[in-house]
Ligand binder design. Structure first.
Ligand code: 5RP
Length: 262
């Protein structure tokens, strides 16, 4: 791996081999998502505990101070909305030059395997990888399911993750699922877990994050289950303990309960 690529990967993946990415990119297709209406307010208290932010250029420029930030994974796909015809019909929204100008440590793109736009999204990924490799910028592929949340099983996610790796992604972000080890085993590049819609209890989140880590994920890219929680800082600290201190779900719950009181 060339120096620039290796250095950017090291900014994202910490010395223990693990990472906690904080996604705040939801507005690019959902608009002002609950608790992310004012991204600056959401991000500021959480940033000290995140290893990187997953964010669009517009929110980065408007809401994150360049002298007080974390490594940036720039969301560079989009062009669709929740009220449009098909979420899967995404294109590339941001050039590699812009990513470099914004000093991004990586770029992120969704792929929609099995959708009507499978081919387009996979060719967009390939094009992005070609550009990223030219400049030493890693690409993180997001195995998106749009509104079809029921697609999140090991068979589908292993297929989508493997395709993302084959096309050159340096990182794959996919959902946790039962038999998650099958997803990780079939994916020759590091896998981070997405969160999805809010899980009913905090313990439920700690359990799936812990299980995924035991089964080979290197970390998370977890948004709503952190910043839509009533105590987002307590939540991110508890999840951080699972990722970086090998805490059990019960220990994470204790951390959450303690931090809530502060
Ligand atoms: C949207 C994304 C988000 O970054 C992803 O969904 C992670 O956030 P959450 O944990 O809220 O699901 O890629 O397509």
């Amino acid at each position: 791996m060339e120096w620039g690529m290796a250095n950017r990967m090291a900014q994202l993946i910490q010395q223990d081999g693990h990472c906690l990415f904080l996604p705040v990119d939801h507005g690019y297709f959902q608009g002002p998502t609950r608790n992310l209406e004012e991204p600056r307010k959401t991000c500021e208290p959480l940033m000290p505990y995140a290893d990187a932010l997953f964010i669009t250029r517009g929110v980065l420029r408007s809401s994150i101070d360049p002298d007080n930030t974390r490594p940036i994974i720039l969301r560079v796909s989009g062009g669709t909305s929740v009220i449009g015809k098909d979420l899967a019909n995404e294109g590339l929204t941001t050039s590699m030059e812009e990513a470099i100008r914004l000093n991004a440590s990586a770029v992120g793109i969704s792929i929609f395997v099995g959708s009507d736009y499978e081919k387009e999204s996979l060719l967009n990924l390939s094009k992005l990888v070609d550009e990223g490799e030219k400049y030493g910028i890693p690409v993180m592929a997001v195995t998106a399911v749009g509104k079809e949340l029921e697609k999140r099983d090991a068979r589908y996610l292993a297929l989508a993750s493997r395709i993302a790796a084959e096309l050159g992604s340096r990182l794959v972000k996919t959902y946790w699922c039962e038999e998650f080890d099958k997803v990780v085993r079939g994916c020759p590049v590091p896998v981070v877990m997405a969160g999805g819609p809010r899980v009913e209890t905090e313990l439920g989140v700690f359990e799936f994050v812990h299980d995924g880590m035991q089964k080979g994920a290197i970390g998370v890219n977890l948004g709503r289950n952190i910043w839509q929680n009533e105590f987002p800082v307590a939540m991110i600290k508890a999840i951080r303990a699972i990722i970086h201190q090998n805490a059990t779900p019960q220990e994470a719950q204790e951390i959450y309960e303690e931090e809530k009181k502060k």
